[in-house]
Design a protein around this ligand. Structure first.
Ligand code: AP5
Length: 250
């Protein structure tokens, strides 16, 4: 099983699947839902090791695009929106995911993180999956009180090379400010400051929280308490997957 996902197809788009993915007999097809900073990316990394699923994050694609030298007007607008903590327009997000929808056939399965974020996006995802004959196994819906979330976001630091995520107190690197895995300096995201955090929380409440009902009503919601250590939350997540019909796939 891969321990480190390269996710080339997801970052670059186009039709080619990544060649380094170990095929799974019963791949998991999962969506991760939850407020900014609740720990979705951290869980995705752990679940990838546990289940072999590929971590498909829309935020990662937009952040990678920031490093490109040339931006189309639409992409420039998306990057500006992201810095302010606002949602990127549905049109741009849906076309970006559509370009990469071949990744839904990833041999390892997928964990969609950060998409969908609006009802329009959720309906587009349902359409794309139906078109490819894929049925979601479930929507992992992580919940945590706001004060704990803000603490997680303000303390987050990320490796500029491998993108491994740390927290200054909860998951500190061995040497302050330096990645344990590649020895590169850690950075703080532009949107992990008080004003963008406030804007992101408002956007979540207004546009994304309604998806909890959207998925509950269609029997796909798997609510998970996101308190405790990442390993405890992972255990909770795996237990929930095993206790569902999804377990039949293991
Ligand atoms: P995105 O990258 O998706 O960010 P997000 O949803 O705001 O989520 P985060 O990455 O901030 O948090 P997370 O839940 O992954 O937490 P993490 O594991 O890092 O999106 C960014 C932006 O892109 C959006 O604002 C928007 O502009 C745009 N965008 C992307 N997709 C879009 C879409 N579909 N539509 C429109 N716009 C879109 O953990 C956070 C911290 O907590 C870390 O420091 C971690 O170490 C720590 N931590 C994690 N778990 C624990 C734990 N159990 N205990 C203690 N600390 C913990």
């Amino acid at each position: 099983m891969r321990l480190k996902a390269e996710r080339t197809a997801w970052f670059e788009g186009g039709g080619e699947l990544c060649s380094d993915v170990e095929p799974r007999e019963h791949p998991y097809w999962l969506v991760m839902l939850g407020p900014p900073g609740v720990g979705k990316g951290t869980q995705a990394e752990l679940l990838q090791k546990e289940l072999g699923t590929c971590h498909l994050s829309t935020g990662d694609v937009f952040r990678a695009a920031q490093c490109q030298t040339e931006h189309s007007p639409a992409l420039r607008a998306a990057i500006e929106a992201m810095r302010r903590g606002e949602l990127v327009s549905d049109g741009l997000v849906v076309s970006m995911v559509t370009e990469r929808s071949g990744c839904f056939n990833c041999h390892g399965g997928f964990l969609l993180d950060g998409f969908p974020r609006t009802t329009t996006q959720a309906e587009s995802l349902d359409y794309m999956l139906e078109h490819q004959g894929i049925k979601l196994d479930g929507v992992l819906s992580y919940e945590l009180p706001l004060t704990e979330i803000v603490d997680r976001l303000c303390g987050r630091r990320i490796c500029s090379k491998c993108k491994h995520v740390y927290h200054i107190t909860a998951r500190p690197p061995q040497v302050e400010g330096v990645c344990d895995l590649c020895g590169i300096a850690l950075f703080q995201r532009d949107d992990d400051h008080p004003e963008p955090i406030r804007v992101r929380m408002d956007a979540y409440e207004e546009s994304t929280r309604p998806l909890v009902d959207y998925y509950r009503q269609t029997g796909r919601l798997l609510p998970i308490l996101a308190s405790g250590t990442p390993e405890e939350i992972l255990e909770r997540t795996v237990e929930i997957l095993h206790s569902r019909a999804v377990a039949a796939k293991v």
